[in-house]
Write a protein that binds this ligand. Sequence first.
Ligand SMILES: [Zn+2]
Length: 450
Amino acid sequence: MPLDHIVISMMRSNKWINVLMLNSGESRNKVINVSANGIRWIERNCEQRLLLSEYFLINTEGVNSPGGGTGGEAGGSSGSSVNPGNTASSENDSCNVSNVRYLRSPEGDATLLGLSLQCVDDEALNNNTVEVGINPLQLRFDENTPIALHCGHCATELVPMRRYGPVAIPVCTMEAASYFCPKNKTPLIPSENEIFYGLNHIVINPRLFEGCVTQNRMHVHCNSCLQQLGDILGDGVALQLWADTLCIGRLNADGTPSQYLMELFRPVTSVQLMLRLLHDAVPISFEQTRLFLKTVRPDGQLLYLLLLIDTHQIHLLRSKLALTSDLHGPQQQPRALIYHVEGHSIQDIELNGYKGCRINYQTFFSDEELKANHDLISLWQEMGTPMLRISHKMMVELVSDLNMNERLVMNLEKLSPADMDGRTSYLIYELDSEIFEKKQLQNMSGSRRF
Ligand SMILES: [Zn+2]
């Protein structure tokens, strides 16, 4: 997330918004004017306008802020302050400090405004909200592409080059054993020309792997490096293999074998992963869904991720570009229009709407952490939460995104980590194209604050 950024979280049910303004060092001392139409302040001699009346009108009457807790510094003599007097906008409504929560971080780099709303235009808000649907899983081969299956750890060829017809398992997070070996029903046996696939696994005819894997009880291991590749289903009707333990070899355009091995699936973003998991999961109540994710690191370390997800979607409005980039970035075209009126510069900040979910999460990434939290892990298992194995890459991406948004949530909600069981974050539903573009920018510019 860029520096100098504005994020608005919205609670539609109680007509309340939290406005988080992440400031650069130069813009810490400023007066923020709040009117029914929006928020204004001066940034490097340019008036910044956050016009919100398209979506909602801010309540500038004397309404007490809900929730209590933090607040109070409005109109302070130093640092940022909310202007309690008349604003310079066309609206004469002024900000009454009693309906505004105002808080500046001790470092002065973040300002939080809590504002109650008079009314919300749901249609306008929905029209400016990015809609993200579930994309199908994408394999790196089809029925016309011959592939060889290799161990992902030692690269040994397990099954020589041949063609397969890929078949998607209808519910890709479903336990493979339930699908292929249903109780009291005839098992489904994949033919030698089929590869069934789910979120992080393939299911294949066991005859293809004869002689190249070692069986240990119900598990199969690579003959060369002994990495566990997957499990035997039923009485040996099929093999379930974890996609992140394998890779594939393909042919070059001239028909010669390529020296490069690749993963079976194209990358799945954290957003796509979460949407899919939530789509398939059974909520534990009207308010929460529980997910229990597991992965195995390439060095064999077991990792657990416990997630408690609010089923109510959150709604965020986020500025499109960093303000610093808008004003001073020579490489970027500002998306917001800058007006010049009688020597006075005004810039309207554009916002994009996003949906997302609020997540409480706990990670156990070492034997010590797993041992220390054994009782909690057992409790989740006893409560019937299905444990789902995802790829190590998916786990890294998801935890990294949650960690990145954790401070944003702390600022937006002013939560104290000490008061929480686990950590709290948001996953913001962005389109794949936007996520890939953002990652590219982050790689170019180094680490970000969130
Ligand atoms: Zn191997």
